[in-house]
Design a protein around this ligand. Structure first.
Ligand code: SF4
Ligand code: SF4
Length: 104
């Protein structure tokens, strides 16, 4: 069954507080609150730079694309990381550990 909504009927996404909210936050949640992931994450990933071989597996699997490439390793953008732990689970080299979130 095809959608009856026409493209011209779609309302463009505009964050309520565009100066405070990262572009890739969920637009629905952004309309309701300006909370950032660090305010509610239970755990955060920590990359062991000695173990990381830059295979990019974590980058491939992260559902919110918050893995960032550094010169010698891949790191986490904690501004948007949801703390789901998928990167730690999928890293074939055991380079990512989930640690308790202790705030920003
Ligand atoms: S999956 Fe592991 S080894 Fe590969 S880039 Fe990510 S942290 Fe590094
Ligand atoms: S914990 Fe989840 S959201 Fe955060 S970097 Fe890993 S895969 Fe991405």
């Amino acid at each position: 069954m095809s959608s009856s909504i026409k493209p011209e009927q779609l309302i463009p996404y505009r964050p309520v507080y565009p100066d405070k909210v990262p572009d890739n936050l969920c637009p629905v949640a952004t309309e309701c609150t300006t909370m950032l992931p660090g305010d509610w994450r239970a755990e955060r990933p920590l990359v062991n730079r000695e173990k990381c071989v830059k295979c990019a597996t974590c980058w491939l699997y992260c559902p919110v694309q918050c893995i960032v490439e550094k010169t010698a390793w891949f790191d986490i953008n904690l501004a948007t990381c949801k703390g789901c732990g998928i990167c730690a689970h999928e890293c074939p080299h055991g380079a990512i550990t989930m640690i308790e979130e202790r705030g920003k």
